[in-house]
Write a protein that binds this ligand. Sequence first.
Ligand SMILES: NC(=O)c1ccc[n+]([C@@H]2O[C@H](COP(=O)([O-])OP(=O)(O)OC[C@H]3O[C@@H](n4cnc5c(N)ncnc54)[C@H](OP(=O)(O)O)[C@@H]3O)[C@@H](O)[C@H]2O)c1
Length: 273
Amino acid sequence: MDKKIIFFTGSSSGIGWELLKKLLQEKHFLILPIRNYQQKEHLKELVKIYKDNIDVIEMDLGNLNSLTNQNIWHRIKQYPRIDILINNAGIYTHTKHLQNGIELQWLVNYIAPAYLSLQLVDLLSKSNSPLVLFVSSRMHYMAKINFEDLQYSKHYSGQLAYANSKFAITSFSLYFAERFKNIRSNSCHPGVYSTGITRDLPFLIKFLWNTFIPGPKEGSEVLYQLLFNPEFNQQTGKYFDKLKISQAHKDCYNKEIQQKLLDFLEQATGIFI
Ligand SMILES: NC(=O)c1ccc[n+]([C@@H]2O[C@H](COP(=O)([O-])OP(=O)(O)OC[C@H]3O[C@@H](n4cnc5c(N)ncnc54)[C@H](OP(=O)(O)O)[C@@H]3O)[C@@H](O)[C@H]2O)c1
């Protein structure tokens, strides 16, 4: 199998952790943006074993100063190319957190993966088979975005904020595929699994979820198939529900809404689109 250079967010836990172990066994080279790396003993152990195949980059996707840090980007841009970008990192929060004046789920689930993808276009374009996967969620169908109040100043629902952020990244993935035709780009719902994503759920829901819902192994296999099986990875501009090409929320295809989301991204990060 071809050895790929893979930029992979959200590899320290859940679905991403399972996928990371498989990708390392196959000897791909992994660039891993990780927050609080020093506290992640399980990851440090893996890095010891696969030190020639991993580059850990300290990056907090929920912090704009870290996400846009020029020193970090200078280092990333030394790579000769990137073959695959896996935008897997995500959070669910039950209560509202603001970071740099922006609600945290917007930052981690939309602003960060969109910003990373745009920043990496040049390196992806140097690959002879570039591919981007955005991990979204079926929850995006529940989105109701109020563009007059993206900060949720009047009312906050963690579920709605999660749905809105996943809508935004699904919509962005469609925009990205159309804008950069040389880069294949898809989004997906990976399935429902018991992972760290439940950590901020109310106790009882978390307990029931973790008792009755299976662990993330199958989810990592879904991502693996989307990335490496030609039946799926030759597609572009698609939304997959697990391995099935599906229709995303109809408004994700709406150009006006896409533009409003791009404006939000530009205002937040200063990235020129
Ligand atoms: N599990 C499900 O049922 C389900 C369903 C639909 C969609 N998804 C999506 O699947 C993806 C993977 O989630 P998961 O279920 O595997 O959850 P998880 O176990 O909580 O993994 C999330 C990953 O994202 C990383 N992350 C979160 N905030 C970050 C930040 N500020 N900076 C850098 N990294 C950050 C986490 O790093 P830390 O270890 O530092 O927290 C972790 O590696 C997410 O996009 C999620 O929305 C999951």
